[in-house]
Design a protein around this ligand. Structure first.
Ligand code: SF4
Length: 325
């Protein structure tokens, strides 16, 4: 039977409606399926921005380490980076100085010998009484060992240190006319005096450039990628090849200041470290800015940017004007 045109038009309309109805849920499903994908893409795009902001907030550009891992650094790039680190540290610690109290080369020599295996603070608490009793090499050479041991007991290893102090004082009296010599080759002949102690005395009592490789200096030089050596003499030679002589003494103070306050041995405060963008070892310590801040030890003195008074008798650079009396 042939359909009437009106009927077939109605049928076509109904079919189209059904098709549209079938299509509609598919669109909806597609939209809902697309939503998580869109969200994921948005998240992906936002992530690096977020990370960058976090890094900026931490004041630390982590990629220094990652970049170094990707591509070995050329010698020229390493030297350039090393000198930038030195400049940053110079701004951070404008008046870095030896933290031992002294008023003449003999006191600095004795204080440096006493500082082995103890803190400068402990030495500074001990030396006023010691120097009141033994102000000269002659006095120290003549003191009874037991009396000297008692005077320096708080610094630890007091028997060995007393032996060194009497030995070096006797040598100063007998071989150097009671004066501390100003040459490395003479200083290292004194009992208990190695290159580290000799360089401290040369750099700070005589103004002769010297690199002081103590535990802080060695650790930071390795973290900065300036050396891989553990041996102090090798570290000294590697660092000496990077910096001009005129920088050696102050560079030593700056690294030691930074090692004591920020870049600690076990938990460096990477997340609060101002030289993090230049440091290949970023991430070796705490990277969370808030947690890292708690690790800082600025109570030792020398906040970044703070002008410190020079220690008594310090013959190095003239003191910059202090911000406040
Ligand atoms: S705290 Fe030390 S290891 Fe960490 S970024 Fe600073 S200098 Fe590098």
């Amino acid at each position: 039977m042939k359909e009437s045109p009106a009927k077939s038009a109605a049928a076509r309309k109904a079919g189209a409606k059904q098709a549209a109805a079938e299509k509609a849920p598919t669109k909806k499903a597609a939209a809902s399926a697309a939503a998580p994908a869109k969200k994921a893409a948005a998240k992906k795009a936002a992530a690096p921005a977020k990370k960058t902001a976090a890094r900026k907030a931490a004041g630390a550009a982590a990629p220094a380490g990652k970049a170094a891992a990707r591509k070995p650094e050329s010698r020229v790039a390493m030297v350039r980076r090393a000198r930038r680190i030195n400049r940053e540290l110079a701004e951070l610690y404008p008046y870095a100085h030896p933290e031992l109290d002294f008023t003449n080369p003999f006191e600095l020599l004795v204080a440096t010998v006493l500082s082995a295996q103890t803190t400068d603070l402990r030495v500074n608490q001990t030396t006023p009484r010691l120097f009141a009793v033994c102000p000269t090499p002659e006095d120290m050479a003549a003191i009874a060992p037991e009396e000297l041991e008692e005077l320096i007991r708080p610094t630890g290893f007091f028997r060995a240190k007393a032996k060194s102090l009497i030995g070096l004082s006797t040598a100063l009296r007998d071989r150097f006319g009671g004066e501390v010599p100003g040459r490395l080759e003479d200083l290292v002949t004194l009992p208990g005096v190695g290159r580290k102690t000799a360089n401290v005395v040369l750099g700070n009592a005589f103004g002769v450039p010297g690199i002081t490789v103590d535990t802080h200096f060695g650790r930071l030089a390795r973290r900065f990628g300036w050396t891989t050596a553990q041996d102090a003499e090798k570290v000294e030679a590697d660092v000496a090849a990077i910096f001009p002589k005129s920088e050696w003494t102050m560079l030593s103070h700056r690294l030691i200041f930074h090692g004591r306050r920020v870049c600690h041995s076990r938990k460096p405060a990477c997340g609060a470290c101002p030289v993090a963008p230049l440091c290949p070892a970023y991430g070796e310590g705490e990277t969370d800015p808030d947690k890292a801040k708690k690790l800082l030890k600025y109570e030792l003195g020398g906040q970044p940017g703070q002008r410190l008074k020079p220690p008594a008798g310090y013959p190095g650079q003239p003191a910059p004007p202090l911000a406040s009396a």
